[in-house]
Design a protein around this ligand. Structure first.
Ligand SMILES: Nc1ncnc2c1ncn2[C@@H]1O[C@H](COP(=O)(O)OP(=O)(O)O)[C@@H](O)[C@H]1O
Ligand SMILES: CC(C)(COP(=O)(O)O)[C@@H](O)C(=O)NCCC(=O)O
Length: 322
């Protein structure tokens, strides 16, 4: 006789609905704002190499989904105001986090979303902030022995980043953020990015889905992700991301690194192999460990996971439904 199991080993229901690219792109028929020829040109003008099929199949349905979420968010806000007896109040910005590894394509996704979301008449004012502005300046990183930990959670001023997003969310008329330059590989002194009551704020960075550190008293604190109304994790195989990282390094070596002010100019003066060896070292010792230890563990917190295959083509999507 077979033993009777004492516990039922059923897995908990997944909080996500999983869709193939085909299933997802079929939803674009419900997107009432098709792209005009002018807009296609403008998207190309962003300077990102994104296939138009990718925009139509993946990002148009996403912009429609977000448009619906923004509408629902403002309805909820109205309900809260009614409950609190506060009457009609100005809306608060809808905040979207975009997370994922170095070189997975976060910036491209975030820039595309900004352009597509701004086309909707309900929310034309879309601002984009990248978390690198909240990295500590190189001098401070060096003082703390963190120069080879750029991008790890401890290399950021996390309190300032959370305060920035909290202030925008609270509807402050003007909030500013420091600015990072990839050219000088450091924070730009005296420069600030000013955000003035946008309809939507996109916050893009490696660690945006990290939970908050507990306070000194051991109690949990409100973290950055607590201010997100929606979040996207851009996902891909680690081996593919490494190739994109090396490919981008190679391309930058031919372009931006040539600038006399570039921190990486020295890699234009050595043979390509030697430059790529350096990029491989950076990947192996900084960006991959950060992906494995800090970034990937936050994937399950995202509202939407975009899973890319070779060539940056999104193949599968997981959308949180519970
Ligand atoms: N959808 C896409 N299609 C084609 N190439 C892309 C796409 N997204 C990103 N890339 C390329 O991949 C590299 C990394 O993208 P980027 O947006 O800079 O990544 P991240 O901001 O995550 O570091 C860049 O060379 C970029 O041009
Ligand atoms: C600036 C970054 C930490 C990304 O920051 P993010 O905008 O995601 O906060 C990253 O692009 C970087 O420069 N990493 C250091 C290692 C390297 O040079 O690849």
């Amino acid at each position: 006789m077979r033993p009777v199991p004492t516990t039922t080993a059923t897995a908990p229901a997944s909080p996500y609905v999983d869709l193939t690219r085909e299933q997802w792109s079929a939803l674009r028929d419900r997107t009432p704002l098709p792209l005009t020829a002018d807009e296609v040109e403008r998207l190309r003008g962003l300077g990102d190499v994104v296939d138009l099929d990718e925009v139509v199949d993946v990002y148009l349905p996403l912009s429609r989904l977000l448009n619906l979420y923004v509408g629902a968010h403002s309805g909820l806000r109205g309900a809260l105001n009614t409950f609190l007896g506060e009457g009609a109040q100005p809306g608060t910005p809808f905040v979207i986090g975009v997370a994922g590894s170095v070189a997975v394509g976060k910036s491209t996704t975030a820039r595309l979303l900004r352009a597509l979301l701004a086309r909707w008449p309900e929310h034309p004012r879309v601002e984009l902030v990248t978390t690198d502005g909240f990295l500590m300046p190189n001098a401070e990183l060096a003082r703390r022995g963190l120069m080879s930990r750029k991008g790890f959670p401890e290399s950021y001023d996390r309190r300032a980043l959370t305060r920035f997003v909290a202030d925008v969310k609270a509807g402050k008329p003007e909030v500013s953020a420091p600015v990072y330059s990839h050219l000088i590989y450091d924070i730009v002194p005296e420069e600030r990015l000013v955000v003035r009551r946008p309809d939507i704020l996109i916050v893009e960075g490696l660690n945006v889905l990290q939970p908050a550190l507990p306070g000194a008293d051991g109690r949990s604190r409100i973290g950055l992700a607590d201010y997100f109304d929606f979040s996207v994790y851009v996902d891909a195989r680690t081996e593919d991301i490494e190739q994109w990282y090396l490919g981008r390094f190679g391309k930058l070596r031919q372009t931006a690194f040539q600038d006399p002010d570039s921190y990486f100019r020295k890699y234009t003066q050595v043979p390509e192999d030697e430059a790529l060896d350096y990029a491989r070292l950076m990947w192996r010792t900084v960006n991959r460990p950060n992906l494995e230890q800090n970034v990937l563990p936050t994937r399950g917190r995202a509202t939407l996971v975009l899973r890319k295959g070779p060539g940056h083509k999104v193949q599968r999507l997981s959308l949180r439904k519970l």
